[in-house]
Structure formats: C-alpha cells, structure tokens
Design a protein around this ligand. Structure first.
Ligand SMILES: C[S@@+](CC[C@H](N)C(=O)[O-])C[C@H]1O[C@@H](n2cnc3c(N)ncnc32)[C@H](O)[C@@H]1O
Length: 288
C-alpha cells in the first residue's frame, strides 16, 4: 500500500470531483511516476463549465499555471504525456520544453472516415500528443508495448537468416504515429463524454511510462479513462474532474471493472462498418 507521512495515502486511487489546481496541493511533491493528461483544447466544447471556452490569453496563462503546479508532483525519473491539437500545441510545447526534455510528438490518427467538411483547408483528423521527461534515466519499458508482427510479416521473414531472430518474436516499436479509431457508440467502452479517449492509447502510455504499482496523475479525468486504464494495468491513479456528472460516470466505470466487466477493445466488425461519418473534426467544430 502506498503511504505518505500521515499513513495510507488518502488522496490515492481516487478521482476527486474538484478543480485540479485546488486539489493538487494535497498531493505530495515527488510522488507521481507519470502525469498523463488530456486538458480542454479550448475549441469551445461544452463540458458543463467554461474551461474550453476561454480567450487565448486566459487559456495559455491557465495552462502555464497548472503545468507549474503539477510538475513538482513528478518523481525525478517521471514522464508527462499531454493531449493537444495543432491549435495550441506549438505554444504549450514551448512552455514544456522550457521545463522538461521533449522525447516525442505522437500523432494520434483518429481514423476519421472520408467525408465532406472543410473546403478552405485540409480536414484535421489527428490529435497531437507531447511526451516529455525530466531526466535521462526516465522510466521507459518498450517491451511492454511492442506490437506483435502479423502472420504475413513473420512468413515473409521465414528465411533461415531470420529463424530465431529475437526482434521478430518481440514485436516492433509502436512508432510515433498511432492509428486508433476514435470512439463511436458501437464501441463497448464508449460512455457519455464528448472527448473520451480510447483505452488502447492510454494503456500504451501507462505501460510504457509508469512502472507496475506506480502512480499516474491525470488533472482532467473527464470520463475517467486514465483511472480505468491504470487499474486495468496494475497501476495506481489520482485525478480531478470539475463536472459532477463525469465523476459519476468514472465511478460507474471503476465499479464495472471491479465487478469484472471488461470493455471489448474493438467494435464488432459489422457494427463498425455501419459507423457513419460524423462531424467531430476539430477544424469543422471551430469554424462552424
Ligand atoms: C478533454 S476532457 C478529458 C477527457 C478524458 N481524457 C476522457 O477520456 O474522458 C477534459 C476534462 O477536463 C475537465 N476540466 C476542465 N477544467 C478543469 C479543472 N480546472 N479541474 C478539473 N477538471 C477540469 C472538463 O470538465 C473535461 O471533462
């Protein structure tokens, strides 16, 4: 059991339904292995609060405030992943690069199907994820997230020179372009949150960058994906969410997990083929 000076850590394994900046003060410095967070992108979405509807100046100043409040919580060998879009990733990456070392810009291709939409620019179909660390000896377990080679690749590499090749058995590095469908109602893990992230992505980050039994902090839990992914991966979590309804959804997801209800990672093929193109493209969202 994780403890702090006062005994078993009372702040741990909970999503606190409160403002992250307020709640962070209860988390001891140097207690977090991984900050994995998906803040409002400031694209005007309605989360039941004004967090995604700030002026550019307010949004960037607020972002800098929570970054400065969160980073001291990280262990020296800890890491940070942040979801963003191209709209503000340049400014926010610069803020983070002044404080940490940038290891990757990961592109999440949301597999948005071809559709109408933008006519004066190219349709935006990806989110931008920054991966940052504090020190050279940061925790990183590539083997935990390698992708197995498919049968065709293995067959193509069946010549004698490849027999017993360790890399062929271990699988490959997921690289920095992650093509994972955004969640549709046909996905069994989908709940009622407008920007819920897929477990597949969050679990990859956790397995690679948080040791087993370590602690993941998500300042903006939304529907609790980070909490669910942490628990499924044998890690602890702590986080915050302003909207009480999303806190309730998170509690439900964690309870379902405790009762052994495991969401299927992929939609059933038939249902998936029925998925209709929906207007969730960030470019269209903001220009409409
Ligand atoms: C992009 S969503 C996170 C979605 C989440 N990754 C998921 O998979 O469901 C951002 C969330 O941050 C919450 N939020 C905004 N400002 C906040 C604050 N100051 N403290 C805590 N939560 C906040 C919003 O209500 C929203 O649910």
């Amino acid at each position: 059991m994780k403890t702090d000076a006062a005994g078993p850590a009372s702040w741990l394994d909970q999503v606190h339904c409160e403002d992250a900046l307020q709640g962070l003060s209860r988390i001891p410095d140097g207690s977090i292995d991984l900050i994995l967070t998906d803040p409002p992108y400031n694209l005007g979405k309605d989360y039941g609060n004004a967090s995604d509807q700030q002026s550019v100046e307010e949004y960037l100043a607020w972002t800098e405030r929570w970054i400065d409040a969160a980073l001291p919580k990280l262990k020296a060998n800890g890491s940070l992943y942040i979801f963003l879009t191209w709209r503000f990733s340049p400014e926010i990456f610069v803020m983070l690069k002044k404080r940490m070392t940038m290891m990757n810009e990961i592109i999440w291709d949301r597999r948005v199907p071809s559709m109408g939409g933008s006519v004066r620019s190219f349709s935006s179909v990806h989110d931008t994820i920054g991966f940052f660390v504090r020190r050279k000896d940061y925790y990183f377990d590539l083997d935990a997230v390698r992708i197995p080679y498919d049968a065709a690749t293995k067959k193509a590499r069946s010549r004698s020179i490849f027999v017993g090749a360790k890399w062929l058995e271990m699988g490959y590095n997921p690289k920095d372009l992650w093509s994972v469908s955004r969640l549709h109602k046909e996905h069994s893990e989908r709940v009622d949150h407008p920007t819920q992230k897929p477990l597949e992505i969050i679990e990859r980050m956790i397995k690679a960058s948080c040791p087993p039994d370590g602690v993941v902090l998500d300042l903006f839990m939304g529907s609790g994906t980070t909490a669910v992914a942490a628990r499924r991966s044998g890690r602890h979590f702590v986080g915050f969410e302003l909207n009480a309804e999303y806190c309730r959804v998170t509690a439900e997801r964690l309870a379902a997990l405790a009762h052994g209800v495991v969401p299927e990672p992929k939609p059933k093929t038939k249902a998936a083929s029925k998925v209709k193109a929906r207007k969730a493209d960030t470019t269209e969202t903001i220009l409409e």
